[in-house]
Design a protein around this ligand. Structure first.
Ligand code: GLN
Ligand code: ZN
Length: 763
């Protein structure tokens, strides 16, 4: 019988109970017993809700106090020395110290947190394991076994979920002396052996071992290591299901299919094309788990389409076929039934984690009892939803489509090449060399947040709110004038979030109340949902920027979020491509760019903070993505005269791979993060001659530390080795909204001084 199982369930709780409990614990308002009770309650509730939905084999080990990779580091004893406690075993506070760092107490024993980075191409962040050359591994954390026991007592049929040894090593970083972390495999495997043995004694039949790196381009040594590792683990007890997701197995398909384990899970949502090949390559003894329900999005599954694939597999595999979501449901919101303010039509189109479990269950049931009334009813609803979406005027807007169809190549081409534009811009803008600017936002004070809340709840009238924001704008303009900055910003006080602010004003977006997804630790995000064709009914920022410009004779920079970032930080549609959605967004934001220009704004920044994270996991997909992403940016930016200066901003520093596409975006100025890497990033500019102007961030806004002006001047001198001085701008690494005013002003005073210093050296 085809089995319905789940790879992982969100841990935060449908009301973000875990977030609230963690934050209370960190503040000292909840004790450890209280925190543990919340965790236990959530696990019990999550198993129950999955079981009630019809999931037959429940995941255990998907719960984490902060992050599942961090839990594994504790489990394996991969605890950097700075967190070692005298003698004792690691505790919950060790775990939180590794996640969040510990500040300097009475003396100097501060320990910085482990580094955090994105989990594959998702918006979830994990804590990067730190390995040393002499790394030892020892079973050091009992959480998994305790949770298995907890589930057993509750009478559940569970499947522990662990991250596989190769993925775990891949995700980590070698610290100290250089070495190959693959060399650690032989030392790590015995701990996996121990875990599998312990689980067997607990009566566990199946263990899910996540090896998502099988869906990446792997070096040959890592491919070979897979065979070695699993040949060894084969001897350990328990049936093993290797889970892969987020991309196709492609060149690793043969390897994955042949590993000496009992089952394989593949993601058929992201990579449907691997389906026929896997059927041919799978050994006759193995279970195949097909991920047919999208774990990364919020849309209801087209059950008939999924069933069609499952039926083909079922004919070949019979009970060796399992049905699952594409990946862990960690990446989808918890429970749609919690949404009390969504209109019925939209709600009928969506599915969150609980509903996705129901979909998996009904699909598995449809294979066994195709005629069951429940199955027939679910299929009928699904059919109606698909038909409704396909025909809905809420989704399909002829005007948007007609406009897109009329777009010619010229739309994404500035009128003249950069060399001509910059000459005109210099004549008009009359900026000094080493012009100074900031990235857009100024401190989001509690007064600003309060004003926004009061406006939303009706306590503040529109006029009062506008005046409150105007006063914030005046304040930030005053400060910038006093500091002597050259290109000013309005400060973004009116924006809660750089994507949501625009999404709320575009036609085609929808918003949930409880669609939270864990981002890291206790932090959650609630992405807006792209429902239909996108357009801009009216100007979104013009009145704020105009007001700001009226407050000063200096140049005021317009501030927008670009199409790729809008798309990456939203839940996209699943009925048209990402590329098409980016083009719609591009046209909508282009209208704003043109309106800003018409309002007299001469410098306009279009942020593309998420440009790089849209890169597909597999290199083979890169060029296509870079082409359309670049094109979408150009489409946004190219409606203006040569004299109007277009800036873009990207706040990270891995550019080497994509520098040519960044250049192809053809922004007149790009500001990027560089201070933390000591300008080393600009070395990429040795090999590739970036043609336009560039503002390498001269100080790190992530820290309250105020660097002195010599430090910043030194960074600028270094930058000038790689980029001609006349093309350099002076700015911080990113926006200042998370900082407080005193440190912001102190840092900017020094930044302006550094720019003046460099100007004098040039003279
Ligand atoms: N303009 C935005 C700001 O200054 C940019 C934020 C970002 O790049 N993440 O806050
Ligand atoms: Zn940034």
């Amino acid at each position: 019988m085809a089995l319905a199982h789940n790879l992982g369930f969100p841990r935060i709780g449908r009301d973000r109970e875990l977030k609230k409990a963690l934050e209370a614990y960190w503040k000292g308002e909840l004790d450890e017993a209280g925190l543990r009770a919340v965790g236990r309650g959530l696990r019990a509730a999550h198993w129950q809700v999955q079981k009630s939905a019809g999931i037959e084999l429940l995941p255990v080990g998907d719960f984490a106090w902060y992050d599942q990779v961090l839990t594994h580091s504790l489990t394996f004893g991969v605890i950097p020395e700075r967190f070692h406690k005298h003698g004792g075993k690691p505790t919950l506070d060790t775990l939180f110290a590794m996640a969040r760092g510990v500040s300097n107490h009475s003396c100097c024993r501060g320990a910085h947190a482990q580094e955090m980075t994105k989990w594959f191409d998702s918006n979830y962040h994990y804590l990067v394991p730190e390995f040393t050359a002499d790394q030892q591994f020892a079973l050091s954390w009992e959480q998994l076994f305790e949770e298995v026991e907890e589930a057993r007592v509750l009478g559940h049929n569970v499947k522990p979920v662990i991250i596989g040894p190769l993925t775990y090593l891949w995700l980590g970083k070698a610290k100290g002396a250089e070495f190959d972390r693959l060399d650690l495999l032989e030392r790590l495997l015995p701990v996996y052996g121990e875990i599998l043995q312990r689980l067997a004694t607990q009566g566990i039949e199946w263990v899910q071992i996540d090896e998502p790196i099988l869906a990446l381009d792997l070096p040959q040594a890592w491919k070979n290591a897979f065979e070695r590792a699993y040949n060894l683990l084969q001897k350990e007890p328990g049936k093993k299901l290797i889970a892969t997701y987020f991309s196709g197995l492609d060149d690793n398909l043969g390897l994955a299919a042949a590993l000496p384990v009992d089952g394989l899970h593949i993601d058929l949502v992201r990579a449907p094309e691997q389906f026929p090949a896997i059927l041919d390559r799978l050994p006759a003894y193995k279970v195949l788990s097909l991920g047919v329900v999208n774990g990364r999005n919020v849309w209801r599954t087209d059950l008939e389409k999924a069933l069609d694939v499952l039926q083909q597999a079922h004919e070949r595999l019979g009970s060796r076929l399992w049905v699952a979501p594409s990946c862990s449901l960690l990446h989808s919101p918890v429970d749609l039934s919690r949404e009390d303010q969504l209109d019925a039509e939209l709600k009928s189109w969506l599915a969150f984690a609980v509903q996705k479990c129901q979909e998996v269950a009904v699909l598995a049931r449809a294979l066994r009892e195709p005629q069951a009334a429940e199955v027939q009813a679910a299929l009928a609803v699904s059919r109606a939803v698909q038909a409704g979406r396909a025909a809905s005027p809420r989704i399909h807007k002829p005007q948007v489509q007609a406009r897109l169809a009329a777009v010619t190549a010229q739309y994404s081409q500035r009128q003249s090449p950069f060399a001509e534009r910059i000459a005109k811009q210099r004549a008009l803008l009359k900026l000094p060399v080493f012009p100074t600017t900031t990235i857009g936002s100024f401190p989001q004070t509690s007064a600003i947040r309060l004003a926004r809340q009061s406006f939303k709840s009706g306590k503040l009238s529109a006029a009062e709110y506008t005046e409150a924001m105007y006063s914030e704008i005046r304040h930030s303009v005053d400060v910038q004038e006093k500091l002597g900055l050259d290109v000013l910003v309005h400060g973004e006080a009116e924006r809660n979030d750089m994507v949501e602010y625009f999404a709320e004003q575009l036609d085609g977006y929808a918003f949930t109340r409880f669609g939270w997804v864990q981002s890291y630790g206790s932090r959650c995000v609630k992405p807006a949902v792209i429902v239909g064709d996108l357009s801009r009914p009216k100007p979104m920022t013009v009145s704020w920027i105009e007001y700001a410009q009226r407050c000063t004779d200096k140049l005021m920079k317009g501030m927008l979020t670009g199409p790729v970032t809008m798309l990456m930080w939203s839940f996209p549609r699943d009925d048209i491509s990402r590329e098409q959605q980016a083009r719609q967004l591009a046209l909508a934001i282009r209208d704003e760019v043109v309106d800003l220009e018409a309002a007299g704004i001469k410098v306009i920044q279009i942020d593309e903070a998420a440009f790089r994270e849209g890169l597909p996991l597999r290199r083979a997909g890169w060029q296509h993505y870079l082409d359309w992403a670049t094109e979408a940016f150009r489409l946004t930016a190219s409606g203006v005269r040569d004299e109007t200066q277009i800036h873009t901003h990207m706040c990270y520093s891995e550019f080497n791979d994509v520098i040519e596409s960044i250049a192809a975006m053809d922004a007149d100025v790009i500001t990027i993060e560089t201070s933390r890497s000591d300008m080393e990033l600009l070395r990429a500019f040795e090999a590739f001659d970036y043609p336009n102007e560039i503002g390498p961030g001269v100080y790190d806004i992530h820290s309250p530390r105020v660097p002195d002006s010599n430090e910043m001047a030194q960074l600028l001198r270094k930058a000038a080795q790689w980029v001609p001085a006349e093309r350099l701008w002076v700015n911080p690494d990113c926006g200042l909204k998370t900082r407080a005013w005193p440190e912001t002003e102190a840092a900017l005073v020094n930044m302006v001084a550094a720019a003046r210093q460099l100007r004098s050296e040039l003279a």
